[in-house]
Design a protein around this ligand. Structure first.
Ligand code: NCD
Length: 300
């Protein structure tokens, strides 16, 4: 692995190797040394967990970072191109973590620079490091990634995390249920990829009947900022709201995940339930991002 742009480029063995590495880092068995290295965190879109967990991961390994949180204070404001910005950062840093609103921006970055590039989200397309921390979270709670029944609920069209996660899980014989309001279904190209791999999936409207079957429920927010017309957002924003009452008949191993940020799709009284895993999931992100950086920079 030279870059991490899409989950399509990561095979089953590599996924399992990264999970094992993250676990060893979490348990303190491996301490990768990033001292003397500089990571550039270029975030053209807002971020809390991805930006800060990458920065935490870098610093926990003794590395340093330069951070751009929003392009507002950079020469992008003066009309500088993305390619020129990247070419400049290439002169300073040892690797780039980039989030951008344009699909394919991370791929473009790999063509411009000669240091490793990690995609921290490109528009509605991919968010591979989120998928990896989601897989690590699933593995920790289920003891396996194999043969699980997983529901993905919310904005499956414009939300990038579910695209990467569905692709990654497709290597492990899953059964998927997809529930999304309005026109926010899983994109056709993802469903075609799943069909080509003989992955079982069903699109459902009513989530009640499927809840007792689930190992994992993965809820996502409606991507308000990606709607062209605000009225369309208003129509769908309250379609699925998870409360403790919705989840009374769950399996013992059931976990509720969410990449965060949440808006209103999981009520805060769910947080105290034993299956609420989303903040732990965010914590797992630091270990997984340490693992990913370590692999790309060949620290381990
Ligand atoms: C997600 C993202 O940016 O795609 N957030 C994250 O990285 N945890 C989810 C979202 O914004 O809805």
């Amino acid at each position: 692995m030279q870059n991490l742009v899409s989950m399509r480029q990561v095979n089953k063995d590599e996924i399992l190797r990264l999970i094992d590495l993250a676990a060893q880092i979490e348990q303190g068995k491996i301490k990768p040394d990033l001292s003397g290295k500089l990571g550039a965190l270029l975030f053209f879109e807002p971020s809390t967990r991805t930006l800060f967990s990458f920065d935490t991961a870098i610093k926990r390994m003794g590395g340093n970072s330069i951070v751009m949180a929003g392009a507002g204070s950079t020469s992008v404001k003066k009309g500088e191109s993305l390619a020129d910005t990247l070419m400049t950062i290439n002169q300073y840093a040892d690797f780039i973590v980039m989030r951008h609103k344009v699909e394919g921006a991370a791929r473009l970055a790999t063509e411009v620079v000669d240091i490793p590039v990690i995609n921290a989200g490109d528009g509605t397309n991919q968010h591979p490091t989120q998928a990896m921390l989601d897989l690590y979270s699933i593995f920790k709670t289920q003891g396996t990634l194999q043969n699980l029944t997983i529901a993905m609920i919310g904005d499956l069209r414009l939300g990038r995390t579910v695209h990467s996660l569905a692709q990654a899980l497709s290597e492990f014989n899953p059964t998927f249920y997809f529930a999304s309001p309005g026109h926010l279904q899983m994109p056709r190209y993802i469903k075609d990829e799943l069909r080509a791999k003989n992955v079982r999936f069903e699109e459902v409207e009513d989530i009640k009947p499927i809840i007792p079957k689930l190992d994992v429920m993965y809820v996502t927010r409606i991507q308000k900022e990606r709607f062209a017309v605000l009225e369309d957002y208003e129509k769908v924003k309250d379609a699925y709201i998870i409360t403790p009452d919705v989840l009374t008949r769950v399996k013992d191993n059931f976990v509720l995940m969410h990449p965060l940020p949440r808006v209103n799709e999981i009520t805060t009284d769910v947080d105290k339930e034993r299956y609420a895993y989303y903040f732990q999931q965010a914590r797992n992100g630091v270990f997984m991002r340490q693992a990913i950086i370590s692999q790309l920079l060949q620290l381990v």
